[in-house]
Design a protein around this ligand. Structure first.
Ligand SMILES: Oc1ccccc1CN[C@@H]1C=C[C@@H](O)[C@H](O)[C@H]1O
Length: 331
């Protein structure tokens, strides 16, 4: 049961250890006690995203989010809100008027402000950190910001406005910019530029979330440390917000579907390096959250290749610690 020493206890002098979950995980006593044993922070995987929580302009879906926040409050766990402004899983109604035409900048920003004020104020004092804007920087070579509907309609202003709305709603919340491939030098420099622009304009962005959807070969220690150093130089805090370590380094379907000894050996070395680095940067890293609980089910089982079973986490499909777990706690 969860009284036994778990991952969070090994890291109690470093930073909270979190996990992304669904409300269903809380209904199963073996899963919920596993969560309490190993983790002291929760991120709702989907139920606080814009479309799930606000499917129609005058209808909110609070049930799943309330269940996770209640469980966390009752058990003394932190909660990270995910995510107030994103181009994916955003509700169509937000971008179109009654005639089905794209709305203008003022209308969209007004809708964003109401969304953020309603969601953030509901959990004020119980959600300590928010991923305010997710994935606004482009992966494309000659493009700074992603050409999303947010950008097409508002220009870059939607980013600063989102942070200001969240800060108005809860001045005590730690406000994150969250993204993936944050160690890739080209994208790293674009994210740095965005965050520096925001900070120089006194926009309340307090921290960066490195999603950490990494693999057995990427990033290297050098790329990881360079990124941490560069973001930290802005005077902001850093969290790894969606950690998993894919056993694949391409988008092909493998011949064998099982978790091979070669994959396991590479994965345990990567996890060992990642957590050695996190511990070294404990003064700027304020949390590490895994995306999904165990190899029983990962979003990577269907991304980027549908139906390609992945083995990205520290616990196997029977919730047993893998060799990588031993490497992470052995320091
Ligand atoms: O690694 C990526 C590559 C391309 C697009 C998105 C991502 C990651 N995108 C993340 C993954 C899963 C979602 O549940 C999270 O909300 C999202 O932040």
């Amino acid at each position: 049961q969860h009284a036994d020493k778990g991952l969070k206890d090994h890291y109690k002098n470093y930073f909270p250890i979190g996990v992304a979950i669904t409300p269903r995980h809380l209904q199963d006593s073996s899963t919920s006690s596993f969560i309490l044993r190993h983790f002291n922070s929760l991120t709702p995987e989907n139920v606080m995203k814009m479309e799930p929580i606000h499917p129609e302009e005058d209808r909110y879906n609070w049930g799943g989010a309330d269940a996770i926040v209640r469980f966390a409050t009752e058990n003394g766990l932190k909660v990270r809100g995910h995510t107030l402004c994103w181009h994916n899983q955003a509700p169509k109604w937000m971008f179109y008027d009654a005639a089905g035409k794209l709305v203008g900048k003022d209308t969209l920003l007004n809708r964003l402000r109401k969304h953020i004020h309603n969601v953030v104020s509901r959990y004020k004092g119980r959600i300590y950190a928010w991923d305010v804007v997710n994935e606004a920087v482009s992966d494309r070579q000659n493009e700074f910001l992603r050409n999303s509907l947010w950008y097409q309609i508002c220009g870059e202003d939607f980013i600063a406005h989102a942070f200001r709305y969240a800060h108005e709603a809860d001045p005590n919340a730690v406000l994150f910019y969250n993204d993936y491939n944050t160690e890739n030098p080209a994208k790293r420099d674009k994210i740095y530029r965005l965050l520096k622009m925001l900070r120089d304009a006194n926009v309340p962005v307090h921290a960066i979330g490195l999603q950490g959807h990494w693999s057995v070969t990427d990033p290297s220690r050098e790329l990881l440390t360079s990124a941490i150093e560069q973001y930290a130089s802005l005077g902001i805090k850093i969290q790894i917000t969606e950690l998993d370590v894919s056993v694949f380094t391409n988008d092909k379907m493998p011949e064998q579907r099982h978790f091979t000894p070669e994959q396991e050996q590479l994965q345990e070395q990567q996890y060992a390096m990642f957590f050695n680095t996190f511990r070294r940067y404990r003064d700027v890293i304020t949390g590490v959250t895994f995306w999904n609980i165990s190899d029983r089910s990962s979003w990577l089982d269907n991304f980027p290749v549908r139906g390609r079973k992945n083995y990205p986490l520290l616990f196997d499909e029977n919730l047993q610690p893998k060799k990588a777990y031993q490497k992470v706690i052995d320091f």
